[in-house]
Design a protein around this ligand. Structure first.
Ligand code: ING
Length: 316
């Protein structure tokens, strides 16, 4: 018996700092219409889809920072995307910057939501692994200030039992941490959706540019195989105000093989008819967690944050 479902990744080309959200939403709608035409049930958009990757900038003023964030979702601008996707019966993952004001307390998250083909917002995820740095790096060609602009996600790594499959979400740097996928794997996840904005160049040391794509692929291919799940990983790509972001959006099978990949650094839809049953032989043999895992030997993974320093004991 197979459980075939058509999955899509909607890669975005660059979003310039001066681009309006309305213009970006028009691009997203065009991609979701293309996906529907190709029979897709779910479409994954990138991390921070609605704006340029603003953590590359040092922003001092609170109001200027908040201008990159959404205080409601759907917002008046994004409601057109929600409406069109519902008309087409296509579910989607959308990454955006979320501003939460509760009783005078402000929190900012790097967030993704899951909307099902009936237009119901069924899930939210807030980025846990925030890369980069907190303070201004004067010698860096650009900044990477996610630790300055975002709070650490507070929702964990949930998996939702949707109408089609068990679906989980993560965001960008999360894909480099195997814990991300194993927590979802232990919930029986069948499809992990993730968006990313990955600078083409490393601000910390001289790194060959090809390694950016290699590490991107290595992370998601290993995760898909080791957790017997499909992964849809989607870039915002290209040059945003002269700052390059890698493309390489791909759909990865539970075997770890790349089933579809983007060829450009522009708006580009990738599509694949996935058989969700393909994962069952992997999760019932080599990665049969219940039969093979030995949690009694894994204690350090949750007890320690850094190597050699016990959490809360030796760290300053
Ligand atoms: N971007 C990058 C990412 O994890 C990065 C940051 C690149 C960290 C390369 C480490 C190495 O793909 C975001 N937004 O997390």
């Amino acid at each position: 018996m197979n459980r075939k479902i058509i999955l899509a990744g909607a890669q975005l080309g660059p979003v310039q700092r001066s681009d309006s959200r309305r213009h970006v939403v028009e691009r997203l709608i065009s991609l979701v219409e293309d996906a529907a035409e190709k029979g897709a049930r779910w479409v994954v958009f990138p991390e921070l889809s609605l704006t340029t990757f603003f953590p590359r900038y040092w922003l001092d003023d609170d109001a200027e920072i908040d201008r990159f964030f959404e205080t409601e979702m759907p917002s008046p601008t994004t409601s057109a995307l929600f409406k069109r996707a519902r008309e087409l019966e296509v579910g989607f993952y959308l990454g955006y910057a979320e501003l939460v004001q509760e009783a005078g307390h402000k929190q900012r998250f790097n967030t993704a939501i899951l909307v099902d083909p009936m237009g119901r917002q069924i899930g939210k995820y807030r980025k846990v692994h925030l890369p980069g740095h907190l303070d201004y790096l004067p010698t860096a060609p650009f900044q990477h200030l996610e630790k300055r602009y975002f709070d650490v996600g507070d929702l964990g790594f949930p998996v939702w039992n949707t109408v089609d499959a068990k679906i989980g979400m993560c965001i960008c740097n999360d894909r480099r941490w195997p814990e991300t996928f194993r927590v979802m794997g232990l919930q029986g996840v069948e499809i992990v959706m993730l968006g990313y904005n990955t600078p083409s160049y490393n601000i910390y040391h001289e790194e060959q540019p090809h390694l950016r794509m290699f590490h991107n692929r290595l992370s998601v291919q290993a995760a898909a195989y080791q957790n017997a799940c499909w992964i849809i990983a989607v870039a915002k790509a290209g040059c945003e105000d002269a700052h390059a972001l890698i493309g390489g959006s791909c759909i990865v099978a539970p075997t770890g093989e790349i089933a579809a990949q983007a060829m450009t650094e522009k708006d580009e839809l990738i599509v694949f008819e996935a058989d969700l049953e393909l994962s069952s032989y992997i999760r019932n043999t080599v990665f049969d967690f219940a039969r093979h895992r030995r949690p009694e030997h894994y204690g350090l993974i949750v007890e320690r944050r850094g190597a050699g320093a016990l959490l809360g004991k030796l760290e300053s």
